[in-house]
Design a protein around this ligand. Structure first.
Ligand SMILES: C[S@@+](CC[C@H](N)C(=O)[O-])C[C@H]1O[C@@H](n2cnc3c(N)ncnc32)[C@H](O)[C@@H]1O
Length: 207
């Protein structure tokens, strides 16, 4: 019998996956001052949060964070990290690609900030946008399909990378009306000096 996503990811985290990646996403840190200048931090959602590096950072900025991931092992490691950092995060274990998506977070509460970093789930985008508060911010960072000669980190399977412009095209078709605040596609040096090909987009809900 094939292993479920939960079993696969739990095994990876128990073997130490991402244990060295403690820094919050550079893109989140880059955008945060402008987000805080535009809103008082209230509810935030970190989609496929893993060990919660970004959830913990958002909580440190004053957000009340719902952090959702399929892996209980990742969430347990995140909870320990949050305890040491002295912040509260609402950890929720859920398969975001299964039925009843959204059951793990507070659907009635609109989020002022939603982040999804390095988890490719195009089918989830309409749900995320509809859970944004008016004026709320959605930040997404994915590995980008890359055909250049440079060696890039991240998944070898192209299904776990997004095609150029794919995020933007999907988001701009949202009925809610989204302003693009910022977008980037290209190579980025990571804190461990490896190189990543990334697609980043930051949108804000208008209506
Ligand atoms: C590459 S990690 C990124 C973690 C985190 N967003 C970060 O940037 O550090 C991908 C995450 O997606 C989670 N994941 C994979 N499939 C999932 C699913 N079906 N539902 C929820 N989370 C899932 C994994 O457990 C893993 O933590």
């Amino acid at each position: 019998m094939a292993l479920s996503d939960r079993q696969l990811w739990d095994a990876r985290y128990r073997q130490g996956a991402y244990s060295e990646r403690l820094w919050p996403g550079a893109y989140l840190q880059q955008c945060m001052p402008q987000i805080l200048a535009q809103q008082t931090p209230e509810r935030a959602l970190d989609v496929a949060c893993g060990r919660g590096r970004n959830s913990i950072y958002a909580a440190q900025q004053g957000f009340n964070v719902d952090a959702v991931d399929v892996s209980a092992a990742a969430l347990a490691q995140g909870a320990r990290q949050a305890f040491h950092a002295g912040v509260m995060v609402n950890w929720r274990c859920q398969n975001l690609l299964g039925a009843n998506v959204g059951g793990g977070w507070q659907r009635d509460n609109k989020y002022g900030l939603i982040i999804m970093f390095r988890f490719v789930a195009p089918s989830l985008l309409p749900t995320l946008v509809s859970n944004l508060a008016l004026g709320g911010h959605l930040l997404i960072e994915e590995h980008l399909q890359w055909s250049g000669p440079e060696a890039v980190n991240g998944p070898n399977n192209p299904d776990f990378r997004v095609a150029p412009q794919a995020l933007k095209e999907a988001l701009l078709s949202s009925p809610q009306g989204l302003d693009i605040v910022d977008e980037f596609e290209g190579l980025v040096e990571e804190p461990d000096r490896s190189q990543a090909a990334l697609s980043r987009i930051w949108v804000r809900r208008q209506r």
